[in-house]
Ligand binder design. Structure first.
Ligand SMILES: Nc1ncnc2c1ncn2[C@@H]1O[C@H](COP(=O)(O)OP(=O)(O)O)[C@@H](O)[C@H]1O
Ligand SMILES: [Mg+2]
Length: 528
């Protein structure tokens, strides 16, 4: 590139990213390998509800990009939600540690750096880990999300929908997995089958599969995640007393064991927000920005209905003032329908090892506006903490593509100490309402009571029958004993009689001892 074209490219970027209203700063534009601190690449705060994608191979800087975006949103009073899969985002609660790299990056990008801690609320899915427990009731979670978690096919999914519908019309609360199991079980009983006639069919084979999956699900510890008190997503919209937004961070230790559960829970949070929030159109600044990390987990193996529901939620939640940023390794992890809704792009380096990688790279390049950069080459050569960016301007038009050296986050780039997490949770004003799981008269109890009564009666009958048997046996044994005793007594009597007779005969024949003694010469002489 000649110097002139370089200069005009820098100018174009500078002009393309000069917004009037408040914005978040990503860093400095890089042209011909040189960072231009006078050409800041940023995103308008008002464009944050136009959704976005942060993509890149492992270790290229995605999480730090989330962190620096979240920091600037918070500073401008916007609450954020972050799925903290690896726990490293907890560093936002601690001030960053200055070092040479940070100092030189700050100079490089022409943006100041000041160690800063941010207000954070820590949540833990199902209360596993250090965080305020997040639970959902099975009812509000709904059949579509639950089917995704259980890995049900479309037929099973629609049968599960039927079960929810039945419970709903009968006023049965599905709080827990046990509640749902009780309803499925009931619907396969004779009584339930009759009830189900009005609702269409539920084959006992399908019910069997659903039941088995629910049992497995409970065995995997799902009971912790479902139930009451249910998490109120309005708590994600809070600001701190100093006016800054609060970062809500959700962790699930061992997410690798339960990727489906985690991503589906994130989707539930979004769907619930969508359900509760009023329509507001495009605001100057969003009410909440939701960062959806490890987003590929959400789309893997998703049913058509599930994908449709994501697509629809993402499309419509924008006008409720919520921005969603998906974070994943490759843009191809995100279905085209969803990708098309993501107006803002931060693409870190991609790998191009395999033919598949190369194809994905070409596909990613095609989604960018025309540019003087050779993106195909550049995307594999970006440095750590660099990205190819294009966002929507305040007028909603795509900004010029900008190779950007990102600024560094101002909070800690490593996890906060455990003690800080624990004290933050302990001091949280909202923790008390979630800490203790509660139960109410829900489906398993209502169906359970009838079931228990039935079972108790059955059991009583069984016990009674057994008791009767025992009594009979005892009586028979007693009778046998009595007969034996009688026989024995007769025998004894005979023996005794015989003995007595013999004794009498003997006594008659022999003088008694007294007589014998009295008669003895010694006795006689002693008396003398
Ligand atoms: N914006 C940045 N400023 C400073 N260092 C960065 C930046 N982005 C990435 N890094 C460095 O690169 C490392 C990996 O970044 P990270 O965001 O964890 O990658 P990813 O989430 O893509 O796996 C960080 O630990 C940090 O040292
Ligand atoms: Mg990461």
């Amino acid at each position: 590139m000649t110097e002139n074209t370089s200069t005009s490219q820098v100018d174009e970027i500078r002009a393309g990213y000069a917004f009037e209203g408040p914005s978040l700063e990503f860093g400095a534009a890089v042209v011909d390998g040189t960072a231009h601190p006078d050409a800041t690449v940023r995103i308008p705060l008002s464009a944050m509800n136009r959704h976005g994608l942060v993509a890149g191979a492992t270790g290229t800087g995605k999480t730090k990009t989330l962190q620096l975006m979240a920091e600037q949103l918070i500073a401008q009073g916007v609450p954020v939600f972050l799925a903290d899969i690896k726990g490293d985002l907890s560093g936002m609660a601690s001030p960053g540690e200055p070092n040479d790299k940070i100092t030189s990056r700050s100079a490089d990008v022409g943006l100041p750096w000041a160690a800063t801690a941010y207000p954070v609320e820590f949540y833990a899915l199902g209360g596993q880990g250090t965080g305020i427990p997040v639970r959902a009731s099975v009812s509000t979670f709904g059949p579509t999300l639950l089917s995704k978690v259980l890995g049900l096919n479309e037929t099973q999914e629609s049968s599960l929908g039927l079960v929810f519908h039945y419970a709903d019309t009968k006023g049965l609360w599905l709080d827990t997995v046990a509640d749902l199991r009780a309803v499925v079980q009931f619907l396969t009983s004779d009584e339930g089958k009759a009830d189900l006639k009005d609702f269409g069919g539920l084959s006992s084979a399908t019910a069997g599969v659903i039941l088995r999956e629910l049992v497995n699900f409970s065995a995997q510890g799902a009971d912790l995640f479902f139930g009451l008190p249910e998490f109120d997503t309005a708590d994600l919209l809070r600001t701190a007393p100093d006016g800054r937004g609060i970062a809500s961070m959700l962790e699930l230790p061992g997410v690798q064991d339960r990727p489906q559960l985690f991503s589906t829970f994130l989707m539930w949070l979004l769907a619930d927000l969508f359900h509760d929030l009023p329509e507001v159109g495009d605001l100057d600044k969003p009410k909440l920005v939701f960062f959806f990390d490890e987003a590929h987990l959400l789309f893997n193996g998703a049913s058509k209905e599930f994908l449709d529901s994501i697509q629809q939620t993402v499309r419509l939640i924008r006008s409720k003032g919520v921005g969603v940023f998906f974070v994943t390794q490759s843009p191809k992890d995100v279905p085209a329908d969803v990708l098309a809704q993501l107006g803002n792009r931060v693409q870190h380096a991609l790998r191009a090892f395999t033919p598949d990688d190369a194809k994905a790279l070409k596909a990613a390049v095609r989604t960018y506006p025309n540019t003087a950069y050779d993106l195909e080459e550049l995307l594999t050569q970006l440095g750590t903490g660099e990205a190819i960016i294009t966002v929507l301007s305040e007028k909603g038009a795509p900004t010029p593509v900008a190779w950007t050296r990102m600024r560094a986050p101002q909070s800690l780039m490593a996890p906060s100490p455990d003690a800080l997490l624990a004290s933050t949770v302990a001091a949280s004003p909202i923790a008390p309402k979630y800490v203790t799981a509660v139960e109410r008269e829900s489906a398993s109890e209502m169906l359970g009571k009838a079931e228990v009564a039935r079972t108790e009666a059955e059991q009583a009958a069984v016990v009674e029958a057994e008791n009767a048997k025992v009594r009979e046996a005892a009586a028979a044994a007693a009778e046998k004993e009595r007969l034996a005793a009688e026989k024995q007594a007769a025998k004894d009597a005979e023996v005794a009689a015989r003995t007595r007779a013999a004794e009498e005969r003997k006594q008659a024949a022999q003088p008694s001892m007294v007589e014998a003694v009295v008669k003895s010469s010694a006795f006689k002489s002693a008396l003398r």
